[in-house]
Design a protein around this ligand. Structure first.
Ligand code: ZN
Length: 338
């Protein structure tokens, strides 16, 4: 009960990549980079095991970016054709690659890295992939002319990729959909349908991570505009509860999300964000325990997975490590009293 997991990413060590950046450049290349990524992944697996995390990830240390690394393995995208585009309803602007033809996946993107990580641990492993709607909000389109149409095309590729990862031993496949917290009508019109297509037929736990983004400046400014109570999840949870997805995440640590919104997910397991992805401070186990207990006013402990609010890529390595330990210790505190 109250098994712990993390949203996905962990900081890349400073010998591997520029630290504390969302998309920091690699400091190694070729075979040395590959060996370095494997070493970093193994270190995080050991840290998660030692902290007492139950469902682990590779820390996403093989990726430079949670969406673009997957897209680099996809045909039909011109990586050189950069288009300037507003992301997450113009919260920030980025130069992104452009879809110029039908998308296809010539070979597995993440399988080899996953197989390596699978060989490192007996514990359950979650693998994260970008969700179809979030992909469509992170790439320019000069071919499909319709986001839902493009999302369905990406969902098919994600499903093919995910099936291989499950066959290789992934226990949980999680699709990251931060865009779900922005485009509420689209989520209900076609976002969940695309998500379900990506998750279709996977013989594992299927999860979706929805959040208010990494703790970067643009997101912090946006959060200031959201008012005292963040009720965005209310707009999408009813449809998610009716979907075939097994697990849904929400941010509870250091956020303005009213915990009662969890009542809208009576049929789901809930990843309760119990540590924030802030760079300057580690929550105490007691604070984590308090967040979990607050969630338990709305959700029975059998359906709660204490988790991080979001990915921890942009925060200092030692802070992330401290947060892992507090997360596991806080969950243990609550477990003792059940
Ligand atoms: Zn997130």
């Amino acid at each position: 009960m109250l098994e712990t997991t993390i949203a996905g990413s962990l900081p890349r060590p400073d010998w591997l990549a520029e630290p504390e950046k969302l998309k920091g450049d690699w400091k190694l290349s070729g075979e040395a980079l590959r060996a370095g990524q494997r070493r970093a992944a193994e270190e995080w697996i050991r840290h998660q095991e030692a902290a007492g995390i139950d469902i682990l990830t590779d820390g996403e240390v093989f990726r430079r970016h949670f969406v673009h690394t997957f897209l680099e393995g996809i045909d039909g995208i011109d990586q050189q054709r950069r288009t300037r585009m507003g992301i997450r309803d113009n919260r920030y602007e980025l130069e992104v690659p452009t879809v110029t033809g039908p998308v296809s996946r010539p070979r597995p993107v993440h399988l080899e890295d996953f197989e390596y990580v699978r060989s490192l641990t007996q514990r359950r492993l979650k693998f994260t992939l970008p969700g179809p709607m979030t992909i469509c909000d992170t790439i320019a389109d000069e071919y499909y002319g319709s986001r839902p149409k493009m999302a369905m095309a990406f969902a098919q590729l994600l499903n093919d990729e995910a099936r291989e990862l499950v066959a290789a031993g992934a226990d949980v496949i999680q699709f990251d959909e931060p865009a779900f917290n922005v485009f509420f009508d689209d989520v209900n019109d076609w976002g969940i349908e695309a998500l379900e297509m990506a998750a279709d037929g996977l013989d594992c736990i299927r999860a979706v991570h929805i959040c208010y983004g990494y703790g970067i400046e643009e997101n912090l400014r946006w959060k200031e505009t959201l008012g005292d109570e963040w009720r965005q999840y209310e707009r999408i949870f009813p449809a998610l509860n009716a979907s075939s997805i097994d697990q849904v995440s929400l941010e509870c640590a250091d956020s303005h999300v009213p915990h009662e919104v969890m009542s809208l997910l009576p049929d789901k397991t809930i990843m309760v964000g119990a540590v924030a992805v802030t760079p300057d401070r580690v929550e105490t186990p007691q604070e984590v325990a308090e967040t979990i207990r607050s969630a338990m006013r709305y959700v029975e402990p059998e359906r709660i997975l204490p988790c991080t609010n979001c990915g921890m890529t942009p925060i200092p390595y030692d802070i992330a490590l401290g947060k892992l330990r507090s997360l596991a210790a806080g969950a243990a505190l609550v477990r003792e009293t059940l």
